[in-house]
Design a protein around this ligand. Structure first.
Ligand code: TYD
Ligand code: MG
Length: 455
């Protein structure tokens, strides 16, 4: 066999380079490129006789295939994020920063499923069995039949899983600790992680068990991140949150069997994760209603409305170039709103620092937040507090026009439920709740909004 040339693989995104470089062209990360053996992990070997398959027509399948069979955990927020429960025979990746609560979430899910009579195996490569049991005790999950194993070698794990009755759900915590005899490179490299994950996915497809894989988001590039296996699994969920806050969001970014815009909301307590059925109450918890610069945004996360406070601080700058700092929103979107305010509304912000923050450490991704952001900015600049019982939503275009957004009725319903009697929204919004048309402040353009706030 010809001598295998080594290759250089980015541990963050998996891009292959022919020579080492300080920065990866693929993802722009620094110091993430590591030398690997390209043949490591390719195990088919010579002499395999090819097997002929027989393609089938789509029509011949009609009527045979039903909805994917699922195992709901009974944890409503987790089931919502997965689209109704874990699908049998599928592989799910749960990514997140170290310490965010992935192991906690999965131990709780394992216990819930075990109580429902499912056979669950929790394979921990990071903690000893005794440690996992300690956590389970704290979560009141120790009295369940969840099976624990502390292994990291892929072949050993597969042998363990083959033992006894077939499992319904297998949790691998985490993919970065997996290593296989068939791959030459060091544990934690892209080759090792991919080889291990591949073997686990094959096990899931063959046995019909659900494979839940935990992946730590890595910052330094010394070990491979979960992104390098995203394309291999059926669903990808990220567990997010701010260390300074107790709440955690489980966000679906890929799902072959369900929607990708759902979130599950949890709160970390000393007894593990508590489900949060009404996130708006959590995000609006610490409001100071009389302060200028705060506007409540009626947003949507998938099918669920979420109310959250947008806070702005606009202050005279003492620097040559004014500062713009954003937490929880898109900074280029903020620049756009500032430009529209200057160009179309005569609001001069060139000599002001602008700070924008979304309360509770929450992240908004909807353009519908434009109107809430603009309102918060104008309110701060004018030093006038906005009405405490009013919500804001609507998209702002470069021309200064305000455009309607989807799910108007749901946003308004959630706002009413939480005691907000008023709303500032785009004119010509479709699906306004019947008989309420006169109750809302309908805005056509950003200058309208500025005139309304600054009086
Ligand atoms: P963990 O699930 O170990 O995180 P990950 O697996 O994502 O690395 O959770 C770690 C943090 O959660 C740790 O800082 C302690 C905290 N925690 C609680 O606050 N309450 C609890 O009941 C548990 C089990 C953990
Ligand atoms: Mg963990």
């Amino acid at each position: 066999m010809a001598k295998a040339r080594t290759q250089f693989v980015c541990q963050n995104c998996g891009t292959v380079h022919t020579r080492w470089a300080g920065k990866c062209d693929g993802c722009g990360e620094w110091n993430t490129i590591v030398e690997e053996d390209p043949m490591g992990g390719i195990g088919a070997g010579p002499g395999k006789v090819p097997k002929k398959g027989r393609p089938v027509t789509l029509t011949s399948l009609s009527g045979e295939i039903e909805e994917a069979p699922r195992i709901p955990t009974g944890m409503a927020e987790l089931d919502r994020a997965t689209g109704g429960g874990f699908v049998r025979g599928s592989a799910v990746l749960i990514g997140g920063d170290p310490g965010i609560g992935k192991s906690t979430l999965l131990m709780q899910a394992a216990a819930a499923l075990s109580r429902k009579g499912q056979r669950v195996i929790y394979v921990s490569g990071e903690e000893a069995v005794a440690q996992v049991r300690l956590r389970a005790q704290r979560l009141h999950a120790a009295e369940t039949d969840v099976l624990l194993a502390a292994e990291t070698n892929v072949e050993d794990i597969l042998a363990t899983l083959a033992e006894g009755k077939r499992p319904d759900l297998v949790i691998i915590d985490s993919i970065q600790t997996l290593w296989s005899d068939t791959a030459d490179s060091a544990p934690g490299t892209v080759t090792q992680v991919r080889t291990g994950v591949q073997a686990m996915i094959r096990f899931a497809k063959q046995t019909g068990a659900t494979m839940v894989l935990v992946g730590h988001v890595t910052k330094d590039g010394q070990i491979a991140g979960p992104r390098v296996v995203e394309h291999m699994v059926d669903a990808v969920l990220y567990f997010e949150g701010d260390r300074g806050h107790h709440y955690r969001i489980l966000r679906t970014v890929k799902n072959r069997f369900g929607p990708t815009d759902e979130i599950g909301v949890f709160e970390m307590s000393d007894r593990g994760l508590r489900e949060v059925a009404n996130p708006s109450e959590l995000f609006l918890g610490e409001r100071n209603e009389k302060a200028p610069g705060a506007a409540v945004f009626a947003g949507m996360e998938g099918t669920r409305p979420v109310l959250v406070e947008v806070q702005a601080l606009v202050a005279q700058t003492s620097l040559g170039t004014p500062r713009r700092a954003v937490v929880g929103w898109d900074s280029s979107r903020l620049s756009m709103i500032l430009a529209v305010l200057e160009a179309h509304c005569g609001v001069r912000l060139g000599s002001h620092d602008v700070y924008l923050n979304v309360a509770g450490g929450y992240r908004i991704s909807e353009p519908a937040a434009d109107m809430a952001v603009a309102s918060a900015l104008v309110s701060s600049l004018a030093g006038l507090a906005l009405p405490a019982d009013c919500v804001y939503f609507g998209e702002v275009s470069l021309s200064g026009a305000v455009r309607p957004v989807a799910h108007t009725a749901q946003r308004l319903k959630e706002a009413e439920k939480l005691g907000f009697a008023r709303a500032v929204l785009p004119s010509a919004s479709p699906d306004l709740p019947k008989g309420t048309a006169g109750r809302w402040s309908e805005i056509e353009s950003l200058p309208d909004l500025v005139a309304r706030i600054a009086g």
